[in-house]
Write a protein that binds this ligand. Structure first.
Ligand code: ZN
Length: 155
């Protein structure tokens, strides 16, 4: 299945690039954003922007966002972890979660971290980090969601 939406196309992403998928949400490494410690958290349904989310999505987003930020922070030992939302180039609701490690210089912090998208793209290293994020995320969600949140699979 292909579409004109990068976020929808991620349904076909290789399992190796998937942190988790559940009924409503997924997190993956995304082509073109392969900086180590960067992940997209997206609605699995094509919902336009945060204003297009339904009640079930709105009710669960906070927990998924918190658990992803916690997992990325723990797995990368980041000093800070950012969550960015634009909804302009890709209107399908998603957020970009980025680890900001101690090595990131002051002029590449906060909004300027997006300059690293091209400067520090390293797909191999990004993939190396994923298993730790996946297992940390699964541990964080195992109390309330048991196996389903840890299950990685294609739809
Ligand atoms: Zn979409």
């Amino acid at each position: 299945m292909t579409s004109n939406c990068l976020m929808c196309d991620l349904e076909n992403a290789d399992d190796a690039k998937v942190v988790f998928r559940d009924d409503l949400w997924a997190a993956e490494i995304v082509p073109g954003y392969e900086v180590p410690g960067w992940f997209f958290l997206r609605a699995r349904r094509h919902a336009d922007r945060i204003t297009g989310l339904n009640d079930a999505e709105l009710d669960t987003f906070g927990h998924r966002a918190r658990n992803m930020v916690a997992a990325v922070t723990q797995a990368t030992n980041a000093e800070a972890t950012y969550m960015l939302m634009f909804g302009e180039k890709y209107t399908h609701f998603h957020v970009l979660i980025t680890a900001r490690g101690a090595q990131v210089p002051p002029d590449r912090r906060a909004g300027d971290i997006l300059k690293l998208r091209l400067e520090q793209s390293d797909p191999a290293r990004a993939m190396e980090l994923l298993p730790a994020v996946r297992s940390t995320y699964a541990d964080a969600t195992s109390g309330s969601r048991s196996a389903s949140a840890a299950t990685v699979g294609r739809s």
